[in-house]
Design a protein around this ligand. Structure first.
Ligand SMILES: C[S@@+](CC[C@H](N)C(=O)[O-])C[C@H]1O[C@@H](n2cnc3c(N)ncnc32)[C@H](O)[C@@H]1O
Length: 217
């Protein structure tokens, strides 16, 4: 398996992506984004979007929810703030520049934490998952959507090849589901409740964890 991406590569990449992100990644990822937001709406309440980017997901929420977004990239957040300023998203409470590895929110702040196309490209995915778990309430959910590694066959070979070419773009096609599963297994209070393929053609996978009880001190 390739090394995890480092923060400076990701920050440089998303500063470049910001001006064209909505045009390029909006349509391609829309089904995955919508599936994750629908799963989050079914939990409802206070929702944290980790790696909210340009706020493309705002259209997928409504007044039954209160959205807070964080992202490491100031240029991506600037686009999200422009969307907020349109007045179309009164349910978006705030977007904040923050590293998902070290969130400043108190424990058990949110009913649901969503990360759409993020977990595979952070520097330390297990640490980010543990931070998501810390800030979600007992009984709350962590919902991820991503392209995950195909593991076998031609698709896996293509992904391994593409992984070397796409690192500098802040993309990572060869991240295995086993890592997400192992994180949950190593954590007494995290349960894997759903893993399912999402259209188009099942290229994205939605993964959902539940925080089952308070974390022991
Ligand atoms: C592929 S984009 C996805 C954006 C958005 N979730 C969407 O679906 O369009 C990944 C985002 O994660 C952000 N990101 C990467 N690492 C991060 C970290 N450690 N903390 C916060 N945001 C991070 C990037 O800046 C970028 O905006």
């Amino acid at each position: 398996m390739n090394k995890d991406l480092d923060k400076s590569t990701v920050q440089t990449a998303y500063a470049r992506w910001a001006p064209i992100y909505d045009a390029v990644c909006g349509p391609v990822m829309v089904k995955g984004r919508r599936a994750a937001a629908a799963a989050a709406r079914s939990v409802g309440g206070k929702i944290l979007e980790v790696g909210v980017g340009t706020g493309l997901s705002f259209d997928d929420y409504d007044a039954t929810t209160e959205i807070t977004g964080i992202d490491m990239s100031a240029p991506m957040l600037e686009k999200a703030r422009t969307k907020m300023a349109s007045g179309r998203y009164p349910f978006v409470k705030d977007v904040v520049q923050m590293d998902a590895h070290n969130m400043t929110f108190a424990d058990a702040t949110f009913d649901c934490v969503v990360a759409q196309f993020v977990i595979t490209l952070v520097e330390n995915p297990e640490r980010v998952l543990s931070e998501c778990h810390r800030v979600v309430k007992p009984g709350g959910r962590i919902i991820l959507v991503n392209h995950l590694y195909s593991e076998v066959g031609l698709a896996a070979a293509v992904e391994r090849w593409a992984a070397k070419k796409t690192r500098s773009l802040g993309l990572r096609p060869e991240f295995p589901f086993a890592r997400l599963e192992a994180w949950a297994q190593s954590n007494d209070n995290a349960t894997l409740v759903e893993r399912r393929k999402v259209a188009p053609f099942g290229i994205y996978t939605l993964v959902c964890f539940e925080r089952t009880s308070a974390i022991a001190a």
